[in-house]
Design a protein around this ligand. Structure first.
Ligand SMILES: NC(=O)c1ccc[n+]([C@@H]2O[C@H](COP(=O)([O-])OP(=O)(O)OC[C@H]3O[C@@H](n4cnc5c(N)ncnc54)[C@H](O)[C@@H]3O)[C@@H](O)[C@H]2O)c1
Length: 482
C-alpha cells in the first residue's frame, strides 16, 4: 500500500467519523409507520416550530399526524397547512391518546419544556427531534442522553447548520491539521438576550387563546404578563431560557466543539454584571478551559463574547488588511442578510472586516476564521489570508461533499430529513442526543457561571458537580405538577 493511499484512507476515515460522530453513535433503531412512512407529532408549532414543521413535512415520506400548541392562534395556522392532523393544547394528552398513531415527535417549545416533553416521548419509545439547546438544566441533558441510549432511539438536536457545507468543511479542515494543534477558540455574537430588570409586579388578563398553565408547564407558578414571556421573550429570563449563549452559542460552538472532539470543560468563568435573578446579564465574556484532545494543545482555552459590541478587541481577532483595528462595519448587503435569514446566501465577509458572528480557531500553524454562517472558512498566517482552495478541493473530493449551495431554503431541510431517514432505518443522525447533551451541558455551565460573575467554577465531569457547592443548586430545578 502506498503511503499516499494509506494517508488518504486514514484521512477519509478520520474525517467522516468526526463529522458524523460515529465513534459515539450506537446502532439506532427507528419506529416506522405503516408503508414505510413516518407519522409525526409536533409540540410547539409557532415561529421556529412552524419552520420545523415546514422542513420535516417537506420530506416525501412524512405524514403530519398531530399538532400541539398552547396558543390557539399558532395551532390554527398550522392546522390550516395540515388539515388532516389532530390538534391538541396539552402534549401529555396528545402522546397518551395517539401513542399507536405516531412514530416520531418534534419538540419546538421554549427551552424549559424541551426535556419534559422529550422525556415523555422517549419513555414511550419514540424518536425525538428537539430544538436547541437540548435542555434548560444540566441534569436534564444528562437524563436525556441516558434515556436515548438506554432505549437506543433515533434522536437529533435542532442545530440545522450542523449539516451545512461550510461547517462540515471547517470540521474537516481542522481535523486534517490545517492550522496544527488548536490552543484557543474565540466565538462571538452581538445578539442580546439579556434583561436588566426585576420580575414584573401584578398580572395581565390571560388571552383566551393562550393556556398559560400549560405554557408554564413544569416551571414554577407565575402570573401572566403581556409581552414579558410569550412568545420569544422567555429567552431573556432565567426560569425559561438560556440567554444569548444558549441561543446563538449552541450554533456557533457546534463546529469547534465537534471538530476538536471536546468533552465538557474543567473550568468556567463568566465576566458579566451581577444578575438580577430574573433576566440574564447583557454582555457575557465566558472563558472555558477544556482538557486537551488529539486536535488540541494539552488544554484548550475557549472564550465566548456576546451582547452589543461583542467581541471585545483581541489580537487573535485582528484580520489582514486591517491590522490595527477591528472594524465591525457591515456592508449594506451584510446588514440586509442579518435581517433576513433567507437572504444569507448573499452575505460575504469582506477581507479585513470581522464577521458579525463567528468563531476563530487559533493553532500552532495559524488561525482559521469560521463566519456564522454560509461563508467559507478562511485561513490566516502571519497576518495574511492564505489560499486554501486546493485543500478544499481535496476535502470535497475525498468526502464526496459536492459544492456549497448557500441557500437556506434548500440547505435548511437537510438536517431534518436526516432525522426522518434515520427514523425510517436509513442512516444516522449527525447531532444525536449523545453529542447534543455534552454540547448543551457545556453551554449551560457557562450560563450558570453568569450567576457568579468573575468567579472561576471547577466542573467535575464524573460526579456532574461543581467544586463550588453554591453553584450546584442551578444544575436542576424541581418540576411543578401541572
Ligand atoms: N435552530 C434554530 O435555528 C432556532 C431558531 C429559533 C428558535 N430555536 C429554538 O426553537 C425553540 C422555540 O423558539 P421560538 O423562537 O419559536 O419561541 P416562541 O416562544 O416564539 O414559540 C414557541 C412556540 O411553542 C409554543 N409552546 C410554548 N409552550 C408550549 C407547550 N408546553 N406545549 C406546546 N406548545 C408550546 C408557543 O405557543 C409557540 O407556538 C427554542 O428552543 C429556540 O431555542 C431554534
Amino acid at each position: 500500500m502506498s503511503t499516499h493511499n494509506k494517508d488518504r484512507r486514514d484521512f477519509v476515515k478520520k474525517s467522516s467519523l468526526g463529522i458524523l460522530g460515529l465513534s459515539l453513535a450506537p446502532s439506532f433503531i427507528g419506529k416506522m409507520g405503516p408503508h414505510n412512512r413516518l407519522r409525526t407529532a409536533h409540540i410547539g408549532v409557532g415561529n421556529m416550530g412552524a419552520a420545523d414543521l415546514d422542513a420535516i413535512s417537506s420530506h416525501a415520506l412524512v405524514d403530519v399526524t398531530a399538532l400541539c400548541d398552547v396558543d390557539a392562534n399558532y395551532l390554527a395556522a398550522a392546522k390550516k397547512l395540515h388539515p388532516k392532523a389532530k390538534v391538541y393544547s396539552d402534549y401529555r394528552v396528545m402522546l397518551k391518546e395517539l401513542k399507536n398513531e405516531i412514530d416520531a415527535v418534534i419538540v419546538s417549545t421554549p427551552d424549559h419544556t424541551h426535556a419534559p416533553a422529550s422525556m415523555m416521548a422517549m419513555n414511550m419509545n419514540m424518536p425525538v427531534y428537539c430544538q436547541k439547546p437540548l435542555t434548560h438544566h444540566v441534569s436534564e441533558a444528562r437524563a436525556m442522553k441516558k434515556l436515548a441510549a438506554d432505549k437506543n432511539l433515533v434522536t437529533q438536536m435542532g442545530i440545522q447548520v450542523h449539516s451545512f457545507y461550510d461547517y462540515k468543511l471547517a470540521t474537516l479542515l481542522i481535523q486534517s491539521g490545517i492550522i496544527g494543534k488548536v490552543h484557543t477558540v474565540h466565538a462571538w455574537s452581538p445578539k442580546n438576550w439579556g434583561y436588566d430588570g426585576v420580575a414584573p409586579k401584578g398580572s395581565d388578563p390571560i388571552p383566551d387563546t393562550l393556556d398559560w398553565n400549560l405554557w408554564l408547564g413544569t416551571s414554577a407558578e407565575r402570573s401572566y404578563k403581556k409581552g414579558v414571556y410569550h412568545p420569544g421573550n422567555w429567552r431573556k429570563l432565567m426560569d425559561y431560557g438560556c440567554g444569548t449563549l444558549g441561543d446563538m452559542g449552541v450554533h456557533i460552538f457546534d463546529t469547534p466543539y465537534n471538530a476538536l472532539e471536546l468533552d465538557v470543560p474543567r473550568t468556567i468563568k463568566n465576566e458579566c454584571r451581577k444578575p438580577t435573578g430574573f433576566g440574564f446579564p447583557e454582555n457575557n465574556v465566558v472563558t472555558y478551559e477544556f482538557p486537551g484532545t488529539k486536535h488540541t494543545a494539552d488544554s484548550l482555552k475557549w472564550v465566548w463574547y456576546d451582547g452589543p459590541g461583542a467581541p471585545k478587541d483581541h489580537k487573535d481577532l485582528v484580520l489582514p488588511k486591517n491590522k490595527n483595528k477591528i472594524s465591525k462595519t457591515e456592508t449594506k448587503d451584510e446588514k440586509k442578510a442579518m435581517k433576513d435569514k433567507l437572504s444569507l446566501e448573499t452575505k460575504t465577509t469582506s477581507e479585513g472586516v470581522l464577521p458579525e458572528q463567528g468563531a476563530m480557531f487559533v493553532g500552532e500553524k495559524g488561525r482559521l476564521l469560521l463566519p456564522h454562517f454560509m461563508e467559507l472558512p478562511k485561513k490566516i498566517v502571519d497576518g495574511a489570508f492564505v489560499d486554501i482552495s486546493s485543500e478544499i478541493t481535496e476535502i470535497e473530493k475525498v468526502n464526496n461533499m459536492g459544492k456549497p449551495i448557500r441557500n437556506y431554503a434548500s440547505e435548511g431541510p437537510k438536517h431534518y430529513h436526516q432525522f426522518v431517514e434515520a427514523c425510517l432505518g436509513r442512516g444516522e443522525c449527525s447531532a444525536p442526543f449523545s453529542y447534543a447533551s455534552r454540547l448543551t451541558e457545556t453551554i449551560l455551565l457557562g450560563v450558570i457561571a453568569g450567576r457568579f460573575p468573575n468567579k472561576t467554577l471547577h466542573w467535575d465531569n464524573t460526579t456532574a458537580k461543581f467544586a463550588e457547592e453554591e453553584a450546584n443548586q442551578y444544575l436542576e430545578s424541581p418540576y411543578r405538577e401541572f
